[in-house]
Design a protein around this ligand. Structure first.
Ligand code: SAH
Length: 245
């Protein structure tokens, strides 16, 4: 069976959205992955089909009901029993490339997309749900966050990236940001491409890229250096540089 995603949402028409295009779209059409967007409102039982109610304790906005969401979550478990159940929320664990790699290696994911002020906390106590955040900012809904997570996972699935360098040197793979890229024209607005990249000396190019990656990471993301404590995985073998053309 292919890698399968179940998305629980109030806006199923937002899916696959951008993931119906380009690499992910082609892979979806070829059956390398599959997804179902399930309408949360289908699990409402009252005559207004309500999915939310006012916050206990007062305050602005509405809160998604635990009883309705639990039925939706149980449906997702039936659809893909071994897929981890994730909920998109700014209160969640930050999404990282390590987690993406782990999720991409599994049978798929189920994702609960929040709206309004969020989700009744009792749902997280009553069901095995991993809250996930895509960053320290607030979105209007979990759908765009779910698209981010799915995009990151799908591109790692076997066959999806085709001839691309399969991400072994990419940002975060070695605990660093990736080195900067250049392409023709050689001179543009008076700026040239670093000479070393035209040298044809693969060892020198690899060393230059490694140094650039380290400098840029130190400047832009000192937290990454800190997190990996300087002990990073060795860079991939020189053979891969040669494939790059
Ligand atoms: N009141 C909430 C924010 C609600 S935003 C708070 O302050 O924590 C509405 C929905 O958007 C959330 O339920 C969640 O599903 C989604 N969302 C917003 N920001 C997000 C983020 N950084 N990561 C993942 N999901 C997010």
């Amino acid at each position: 069976m292919s890698w399968d995603a179940t998305v629980l949402t109030l806006y199923p028409e937002m899916f696959p959205g951008p993931l119906g295009q380009s690499l992910a779209g082609r892979a979806l059409a070829e059956g390398l992955w599959s997804m179902a967007a399930v309408h949360i409102r289908d699990f409402a039982t009252d005559k207004h089909r309500s999915v939310d109610d006012t916050p206990a304790g007062g305050g602005a906005g509405m809160v998604m009901r635990a009883d309705v969401l639990a039925r939706a979550v149980d449906h997702a478990f039936e659809r893909n029993p071994h897929a981890p159940m994730l909920a998109m929320t700014p209160r969640g664990k930050p999404l990282t490339q390590d987690l993406v790699r782990e999720l991409a290696a599994g049978p798929g994911v189920s994702i609960l997309c929040g709206r309004f002020e969020g989700i009744d906390e009792r749902l997280f106590e009553a069901r095995p749900i991993l809250p996930i955040s895509v960053g320290d900012y607030v979105l209007s809904g979990g759908e765009t966050a779910a698209l981010v997570l799915l995009d990151a996972c799908v591109r790692l699935l076997p066959g999806v990236m085709g001839a691309a360098l399969s991400g072994e040197e990419e940002s975060f793979e070695a605990g660093l940001l990736e080195y900067p890229h250049y392409t023709r024209p050689f001179e543009w607005e008076g700026r040239t491409i670093p000479e070393v990249l035209r040298s044809g000396d693969h060892a020198k190019i690899a060393a230059w890229r490694k140094a650039q990656a380290e400098t840029d990471t130190r400047l832009r993301r000192p937290d990454l250096i800190e997190r990996h404590g300087g002990a990073r995985r060795p860079p991939p073998s020189g053979a891969r540089h040669e494939d790059e053309g």
